[in-house]
Design a protein. Sequence first.
Length: 310
Amino acid sequence: MLAGTVILHTVADAWWPATVLLFLGRWPWLLPGIPVLLLALVLVHRRAIVTTIAAGLVGLFGILDFAPGYGRFFADANATREVRVITYNIGGTLTAPMSLVAMMTDWEPDILAVQECGESSVELLRGMRKYNHDVGVTCLFTKFQIVRVDSLRREAFRNDSAAAWVKRYRLKGPDGEFDFTNVHLVTPRTGFEALTGERDDATSTVAASRDLESQIARRWVDGGPGPRLVAGDFNMPTESAIYQRHWSSMSNGFARAGMGFGYSRRAGWIQLRIDHVLADDGWVVQSARLLPDYGSDHRPMMVDVALRAK
């Protein structure tokens, strides 16, 4: 268990076998410990019980990435009014487009960042008059004034296989202007599919492309004056070496103030937290939660943040 945790947190997305493990479901990692614990309980072997429980805790936090939610107890009481951000990859077309309007009504976000916008869903949101919007492959709906929109040209990635969409907004809220970037980074899926062929280095090749993509995207995020928020489908968990290299300097909303596993992407028994809301030092993360299923293979991630008091 400890070895698996070390591998996930050090070489995942840097060494292809570890990358495969990173994107597999996490629950099977804990299965070997169940019969060991049951046997220890039957035999009343205290040392084995303690060892198994300790290994289980390592697995819970190190492999399953359980978030204890302690950050919400250290939120800055002097921060400004909360800004509610939801990021949601709707996969092009929701099974029930009206559910998107229901989500907006239920949770009243100040900012909704959508990836893989679909025409039917977008048209419904256009009718919500309280929201300003910018529509494309990624979409933004916000109660705040959109001062400026800057799109990162896809040619900047210098890679024909790159599929990232990165769009930075300058928004004007009640406490001043700030930057908000909506991102949809490339999936590692093509690397895994190539493994079924003759190229065993395919995952590493795709990882190198994804690393360059995150490097360029983060540089674009930092190009605005700030303070900065970033939200979207990163297509990587926080343990990824790519995530750690380029995004870990920002506060991760769910890791900081969420409670539970926060698995936002489901593919059968594989569940991962790859949708994130990030904040720089100008913000305080107040709370975070994974919202219910509204009809996509992703679930919406909601984070409440507030500008730090000056």
